[in-house]
Every structure is written in C-alpha cells, then in structure tokens.
Design a protein around this ligand. Structure first.
Ligand SMILES: C[S@@+](CC[C@H](N)C(=O)[O-])C[C@H]1O[C@@H](n2cnc3c(N)ncnc32)[C@H](O)[C@@H]1O
Length: 545
C-alpha cells in the first residue's frame, strides 16, 4: 500500500463515482419530518444551514448537493488527495462555492469550521480504524449544533456472520502472503486465488457457509475499485446496532430513525408485527438490534440527532401538508410492489394510482395538502397517505420539496454543473447523475441522454434538429453507440434516441429543472399549493359557468 497517511485505508485505487440520494438535505429532512422531527430548517431570513460530508470519495454526491441546495453552505473532507482533487475540480469548474478539504478526520478537529446542522458519512464508519472513528465522534461532539443531524451508513451484524471470516482470511493473506510493496490490485488477486483454492478443495468453511462462496464469486466479478474499498482496508469494523449507538453517546447523539428502504416502506414494521414485537415496548437499542436479526441485515442507513426537535402531531401534519412532491419517473414505471434487499411490500394500488395521476398531471411539484384534495383522499387518515409517499420517496419515485427550498431554487448552481456533466458524457460514462434545482438532489441518467441534453440546450428543440446537432457535435460517439460501422445505421440510431429523448426524458427533466431554457428554472421550482388548486378550481368553475 505504501501511503503512510492512509493508515491501512486503501489509497492506491480510487473509489467509484457513485451518488447517494440518502445524503440529500431534502431527503433527510423529510424522513425526520415524517416522524414528527423538525430539523434542517436553517437560520436567519434565508434559512442558511451548514452541511459537512466526511469521506466524500470522488465528491459526486457532495458536489451535486452543493450545486442544488442554495440554502446550504457545504464543506467536507477526504484524505485521499486524488479524491479531493477530483471533487475540488468539479466544484471549481461548475462555480460551486463549497469547501472540499483533503485532511484526515484527526486533523479536521483543528480546522476552523462553523457549527454544523448536518454531518453525513456514507460508506465510511465500518472501514476506518479505531482512532479515526474516535476522531469522528469527537468532531461531532465539537462541531455538531444542538438540533443538528447525522447520517451514518455502516455494515452491521448479524447479516455478515457467514462472510466475515472469509473477509478476515482474505485480509490476512493479503497482508502476510504477498511481497511488501505489492499494489492493492495484486494483493487482491493473490488473496482471491488463495481463497479459491480452499473452495475448490472443499474446505469445510465454504461447504457449511454457502453465502461465503457466493461472496467470493461476487468479488471476482465486481469492479476491483469497489472490492478494494469494501474488503481490503485494514479495518472492517462490524458490530451490533446497540454497540454503534453506544459509541455515539459521547457526542450527545440519539437515534432518530432508520432511513433504509426496508424501514421506510414498512417492511421491518410488518415483519416485527409478525414476530409479535409491537406490544413489548422494547428499548430503542434492543429494538433496532432485534430488527437487524429479523432481516438478517447487513447494512444500515441511520439518522442520529443531537437533541430531538419534536413537533406536536397537528404541527407535523400541517408541515407535511406544505411539503410538495414531484415525480422522478414516468407514471407507468411506478408499481405498487416495492422490492427491497430483503423481500417485497405491496402498497395500496388504488390510492397509489390516484396519487400518481395527480402528480403526472402537474408540471410543478404539488403540495401534499393540494394533492390530498385533488386526488379525493381527504377522507383517508393523513398518516396512510404519508406512508405511501414515504415508500415512494424511499424508492426514488417521487421526491419531497420543502417550501423554503422552492422559494430559493433560482439560486441553485445546477446549470453549470449539469452542462459540465453533459459535455463529459461525450467522452465517458463516469458522471451519471444530474443535479435538480427543484429537488436539490441527483437524478440518474443514461449517457446518450446527457449527450443530447447539451445539444438541446444549444437550441436544438425538435427531434430532427436535435439529431442533426448531436451528430455534428459528436459523430464518433454516436457511431460507437450504434454498434455498427455504417454511418447511415448510426444516424438512424441517433434519430431514434432523439425521438425517445423528446417523448420520455425531456418532460421529466423539465419537471425537475434539469432541462432549462431561459428562466425555466424559477418556473420549474414553483409549487402547486392548496391555494393554487383552489384558484384553479374556481377559475375552471367560472369558465364552465
Ligand atoms: C468507501 S469510500 C466512500 C466515499 C463516499 N462517501 C461514497 O459513498 O461514494 C470512503 C472514503 O473515506 C475516505 N477516508 C477513509 N478514512 C479517512 C480518514 N481517516 N480521513 C478522511 N477520509 C477518509 C476514503 O479516502 C474514501 O474516499
């Protein structure tokens, strides 16, 4: 490995360019509000808040959030200089005013930072050593505001109990069975070959733990960068939830809720009921640990708060009615059956259909209050409607928009960021998400659609003009995309893609403020409120009269 600054953390293979919507301020805030907790409203007339991402990797989530959330002031750190350079470069080129540092968590304690409203760590905690974990807790103790929130994702027991010995053996082999100075990639290959010998020789461990064999197969197929960061750091710290919660207590943190999809869609609650747990009034640490046993869970995504700001039930409902929602997928892609890593959950199809019909009919986000009226759901308990929305949010089918964010959406820096990402798409498929100024989060996209976006923004506003402009801008790209040497076939393929772009992609991207012409950003960020629905209804009645 060689790099002493990394203290056993993989540093010679960079991390992938993933995006994680669970880190988006709006997602975190909605999950808290749905449970009656009021956080991330910010301070002052413009509701400014301070957000810090620890271990931001390539900084994709970090930069998209910084570009798309003008109320936030964003900072973060990652001690891998390659990661920091990439993240800083993206911010610099897109004119995003974020502070992406390159210090380790221990050194971060000495940085001059404002009191923080939100700190996020995705895919970091289980992979760093005890002293770095200690520094993180100390950082939270010193820097997180009272009322601040922490998002933490991490590996958890008992889901890894079959595979943990395999990872420990792989690590041991990579440390002791290779020449010092071997690259991480060589050490990984050596360790995987070693484990395969045992498997082929029918070692009892593999015979009695089929999931370990499965993990070995997966590791051989997976991207080596991901395998390196997942399994080949010196530290692979996996505990029970109760231990994790205890280790955060010195920072004054209390558990606020799991935002793992399996919890948000109600799967855990359903299965806990089947075990007869709901009457037992379990202590939080015991309850969450037990839930992990119910699912045999391997990974958690949790929110912790420093002091819970609780709303009265009526206040919570009033706030929720003001939250607007926007569709992230075409209506016909939304199903009442939700897949989770652990099973499936069925939503009420009739209610779901009514909700989706209303969202589909609007080109701007619709407040929950307006939607309940328009969908004819007023007689239903609000909680039942909120549960369906929470399931849709968990699956990235809709996204919540808070009124204070909608008011400031015009200040987002998403245009320059998206332009950069769209232009890069002509060369590679590394940056796969675009920033929405409407939702404040990243939207996944196909490479050809991003390439088309650049030409559309340059003024090609019919499918024919778009195909012509996109061909002129990147003929080799379309030739390669078509998979044929024949330029005629490549142009026909492009014409199909341009038609599809207009029919399926553009309506979504306009709704999300990604495809912008002129002042469309401000328009896209406007919200359909109960008053607007009422005004619309009365003007329709007047017209009918
Ligand atoms: C598995 S990656 C996750 C990156 C990012 N959060 C994501 O999910 O895409 C963990 C990141 O934490 C960084 N890291 C690990 N230990 C660190 C430390 N002690 N100080 C600062 N960064 C650290 C690594 O360089 C790496 O980029």
């Amino acid at each position: 490995m060689g790099q002493s600054w990394s203290k056993g953390y993989v540093a010679d293979l960079t991390y992938s360019h993933g995006y994680y919507h669970e880190l988006a301020p709006g997602f975190i805030r909605y999950c808290l509000l749905a449970q009656g907790l009021d956080h991330l409203g910010g301070e002052g007339a413009d509701g400014t808040y301070h957000y810090c991402e620890l271990g931001y990797g390539q900084g994709v989530s970090a930069n998209l959030h910084a570009a798309a959330n003008p109320r936030g002031r964003f900072c973060g750190t990652d001690f891998n200089p390659d990661h920091a350079l990439f993240a800083q470069g993206l911010a610099h080129q897109a004119g995003v005013p974020a502070r992406w540092m390159a210090t380790g968590f221990e050194e971060l304690l000495d940085e001059d930072l404002p009191p923080l409203d939100a700190v996020t760590l995705h895919g970091v905690w289980s992979w760093i050593d005890a002293s770095a974990r200690h520094a993180v807790v100390e950082f939270l103790r010193r820097r997180l505001k009272v009322g601040g929130v922490v998002y933490l994702s991490y590996n958890i027991m008992p889901g890894w109990s079959a595979e943990k010995p395999l990872r420990d053996l792989l690590w041991l082999q990579s440390e002791l069975g290779n020449a010092p100075g071997d690259s991480t990639a060589d050490r990984i290959r050596g360790a995987l070959d070693f484990a395969m010998r045992l498997r082929r020789g029918r070692a009892a461990y593999f015979e009695q733990n089929p999931r370990a064999g499965q993990m070995l197969d997966d590791m051989q197929r997976d991207d080596i960068h991901v395998v390196a960061h997942e399994y080949f750091n010196r530290s692979w710290h996996i505990t029970y939830f109760a231990d994790l919660a205890r280790s955060l207590e010195p920072a004054g943190l209390q558990f606020a809720g799991s935002i793992h999809k399996s919890d948000l869609v109600g799967e855990v609650a359903q299965r806990a009921r089947a075990c007869g747990l709901e009457d037992l009034r379990l202590n939080t640490a015991l309850r969450e640990t037990t839930h992990d046993f119910i699912l045999n869970r391997r990974f958690r995504r949790d929110l912790f708060v420093r002091g819970a700001s609780r709303l009265l039930p009526a206040e919570r409902d009033a706030r929720l009615r003001e939250v607007a929602f926007v569709l992230l997928r075409p209506a016909n892609a939304i199903s009442a059956t939700v897949q989770t890593p652990y099973g499936t959950v069925n939503l009420d199809p009739a209610t779901l259909r009514k909700i989706v019909q209303v969202l589909q009919a609007h080109t701007t986000p619709v407040t929950l209050g307006a939607l309940v009226e328009e969908a004819g759901l007023s007689a239903m308990p609000l909680q039942a409607v909120v549960s369906i929305f929470t399931a849709l949010v968990a699956q990235s089918q809709v996204f919540p928009v808070f009124p204070d964010d909608a008011r400031q959406a015009a200040g987002a820096r998403t245009w320059a960021m998206n332009r950069l990402i769209a232009e890069r798409a002509r060369h590679d498929d590394v940056l796969r998400y675009l920033a929405s100024p409407v939702t404040g989060h990243g939207i996944d996209s196909q490479q050809p659609d991003r390439v088309l976006l650049a030409s559309w923004e340059d003024g090609a506003h019919t499918p024919q003009a778009l195909a012509a402009a996109a061909w002129a801008a990147a003929p080799q790209f379309w030739q390669a995309q078509s998979g044929s040497d024949d330029p005629g076939a490549a142009r026909r393929h492009l014409a199909d893609m341009a038609g599809r772009f207009f029919e399926q992609v553009l309506p979504q991207w306009r709704r999300l403020g990604i495809a912008q012409v002129g002042d469309a950003c401000a328009q896209a960020a406007s919200v359909t409120s109960p008053e607007a629905v009422a005004a619309n209804a009365s003007s329709t009645l007047e017209a009918a009269a």
